[in-house]
Design a protein around this ligand. Structure first.
Ligand code: IMP
Length: 180
C-alpha cells in the first residue's frame, strides 16, 4: 500500500491548508522582522520541512541554523528530558532569533531551548510553531507564530514522525496507535 494512504492515518490538515498557512506566517514574519537581524533556528528533525517551506515565504535577508535535541524515540509520550544532540554552528549574539518548531506539546523542549538561546546574548528570541497542542502543556511558552492549534492527538507527517516513520507525508494526520 502507498505510504501516503493508510487506514491508520486520518488526515487532519491537508497539503494545501499547510502551504496557505505558511505563506500567511511568512508574510507576517516579513513585516515584523523588517530591518532586523533575523536568524532562523530550526529544531531537527521534525521542523525540517516546515523550515524549508517557511524560509522561502520570508522576503528578508536571513540565516538558518539547525539544532538537534533528544526526541521521544519510538515512544509517543514526552519524557521531559532534553539533551542537545547537535548544537548550532553559528553564534546568536545580537541576532533576532526565531526558533522554528514542528509542534508545541508539553512545552518542555521549547522552554529549555528558549532559556538556552537567551543565555547566548541574542537580541530577541521568538517562536514559530507549525502546530500547537495546548491541552498537554506543562511549561508555559510564548509562541509568537502558530500555524494550527490541534486537539490532543498524536500526529504524524510533514516532518513529524512515529518511530522515525511518516516524516515524508505531505499532510498532517492523526496516527491511530494499536494500543489506543
Ligand atoms: P514537548 O517538549 O512535549 O513540547 O514536545 C516537543 C517535541 O515532541 C516536538 O518537537 C515533537 O518532536 C514531539 N512531539 C510532540 N507531540 C507530537 C506528536 O503528536 N507527533 C509527533 N511528535 C510529537
Amino acid at each position: 500500500m502507498s505510504e501516503f494512504i493508510q487506514p491508520n492515518l486520518k488526515v487532519l490538515i491537508d497539503r494545501a491548508q499547510i502551504q496557505e498557512r505558511i505563506q500567511q506566517l511568512g508574510n507576517q514574519i516579513t513585516t515584523d522582522y523588517h530591518g532586523k537581524s533575523l536568524a532562523l533556528v530550526s529544531v531537527l528533525k521534525g521542523a525540517s520541512l516546515f523550515t524549508s517551506d517557511l524560509m522561502r515565504c520570508v522576503d528578508l535577508p536571513l540565516t538558518v541554523d539547525f539544532i538537534a535535541v533528544s526526541s521521544y524515540g519510538a515512544a509517543a509520550k514526552s519524557s521531559g528530558e532534553v539533551r542537545i544532540l547537535k548544537d548550532l554552528d553559528t553564534s546568536l549574539k545580537g541576532r533576532d532569533v526565531l526558533v522554528v518548531e514542528d509542534i508545541v506539546d508539553t512545552g518542555l523542549t521549547l522552554n529549555y531551548l528558549l532559556d538556552n538561546f537567551r543565555r547566548r546574548d541574542a537580541a530577541s528570541v521568538q517562536v514559530a510553531a507549525l502546530l500547537d497542542k495546548p491541552e498537554r502543556r506543562l511549561a508555559h511558552v510564548d509562541v509568537a507564530y502558530t500555524g494550527f492549534t490541534i486537539p490532543n492527538e498524536f500526529v504524524v507527517g510533514y516532518g513529524l514522525d512515529y518511530a522515525e516513520r511518516y516524516r515524508n507525508l505531505p499532510y498532517i494526520a492523526v496516527l491511530q496507535l494499536e494500543e489506543s
